[in-house]
Design a protein around this ligand. Structure first.
Ligand code: ZN
Ligand code: ZN
Length: 411
């Protein structure tokens, strides 16, 4: 039987990841994390990495079945554990300039039937243990990249009516298209795409808006922007001097909101798949940057637990603009995965901000980030608020309104 995943496109994705995604430099070590099913892609990436002069390539595999076995058989104390030794080791590698590649492909609904209490404890333990890694990644110390592999359970969730093989074929095609890996020269296609995103960021930086006003059905939200915020999108330079495209795909331009200047209410426009569960129809109200009311039609318990992770979990750390006509949005596919779904819609993220989204972001200290309005948290969870009906006004420092989006598109 023929392989439902185009091997030609898979090879192109591997090459794209090493050269455009990571911009891997000669001698750099590479740490990969991937679901075990993505082994064929891991091997292709490894080959490209060594061809590009990588020092040492290491991969840490995850397995959905192993995760489920834990929920089924582990003793209660297990749910507060996380491999801190692994994150500490990774942090040490990043301090020695290793690059990081995450290949995603886990079943987004893996834990749908598991105890939310246990899920929340696992997430909390993981967030805490992962701090050394998260800090280095959000501070953009090293070049990193995320790409996706069309694994079976994920494909069946996205295309439930298809046979497994057909579903994988469809998801593979959608991933390659969104990642531009199906184009004749994907690396060149990304050079063009990066130019467009850079132009949008430049315009927004010139405007230097004090805040953005989002309006749509179920949404009337003022998002104040952090002092000295800077918009980014597409290729960006990490602190180690290497330019990379962290997310493949990526259609967003994004910046840091002011953690204490968000007011109004907002409704999600796509379900959010978080840690193996689905949260749908999120409605929240902000006051002075803090969420004071939250509900969801599905997964409300997981949402409320998420908001209680820490002090910063009730505030936002990212605001991103994506036109409703983005290729991922136009595909009409709900991927149940943030890497894809966030690039189909304007979104905000609960929790940690990116310090690179500040002027002189490569030199700014943690204390300065906070003083300028950047949020700190153990979580960073994006959720989608954009739609074809969304209008966005930029409010200038002197209080004038400038149309930014009309009916979901750049004004
Ligand atoms: Zn984003
Ligand atoms: Zn984000």
């Amino acid at each position: 039987m023929s392989n439902p995943i185009s091997q030609k496109s898979l090879k192109k994705l591997a090459k794209l990841s090493i050269h455009t995604g990571l911009g891997l430099e000669k001698g750099q070590d590479l740490i990969i994390s991937a679901p075990i099913e993505a082994l064929p892609l891991v091997r292709l990436v490894t080959k490209e990495a060594y061809k590009a002069g990588a020092g040492l390539v290491s991969c840490f595999y995850g397995d959905d079945q192993m995760s489920l076995l834990r929920y089924k058989y582990a003793n209660d104390a297990s749910f507060d554990k996380a491999p801190d030794w692994l994150f500490e080791g990774m942090a040490r590698a990043f301090d020695n300039n290793a690059a990081r590649l995450a290949i995603i492909g886990d079943n987004p609904m893996l834990l749908a039937k598991q105890d939310p209490q246990k899920i929340s404890r696992v997430n909390k333990a993981m967030s805490k243990a992962g701090t050394p890694v998260r800090e280095r990644i959000t501070a953009f110390n090293v070049n990193w990249n995320i790409i996706a592999y069309p694994s079976k359970d994920w494909a069946k969730l996205v295309f439930p009516k298809e046979s497994e093989k057909k579903a994988v074929k469809k998801l593979a095609k959608a991933i390659f298209a969104a990642s531009r890996a199906d184009q004749k020269d994907p690396i060149k296609a990304w050079v063009e795409h990066n130019k467009i995103l850079a132009n949008k960021s430049r315009w927004l930086n010139e405007q230097n808006f004090a805040s953005l006003h989002f309006t749509a059905k179920g949404t009337d939200l003022i998002v104040g922007l952090a002092d000295g915020h800077e918009w980014a999108g597409g290729a960006a330079k990490a602190k180690n001097g290497i330019t990379c495209n962290a997310n493949i795909p990526s259609e967003e331009v994004f910046t840091t909101p002011h953690a204490k200047k968000v007011d109004g209410y907002v409704s999600s426009t796509k379900p959010l798949s978080h840690a193996g569960t689905l949260i749908d129809d999120i409605k929240v109200t902000f006051k002075n940057g803090k969420i004071i009311e939250a509900s969801a039609s599905k997964g409300e318990e997981v949402l409320l637990k998420l908001l209680d992770t820490d002090e910063g979990a009730r505030r936002i750390g990212e605001v991103a603009l994506v036109p409703h006509s983005s290729p991922i949005s136009k595909s009409g596919i709900l991927f149940y995965n943030t890497l894809f779904d966030e690039n189909a819609s304007c979104h905000i993220a609960l929790g940690q901000c990116y310090s690179k989204c500040f002027i002189d972001g490569d030199k700014i200290s943690k204390e300065e980030v906070e003083a300028q309005g950047g949020n700190t948290s153990a979580i960073h969870v994006d959720w989608m608020i954009g739609s074809g009906e969304m209008d966005i006004d930029g409010i200038t420092q002197s209080g004038e309104r400038v149309p930014v989006f009309r009916q979901g598109e750049w004004a």
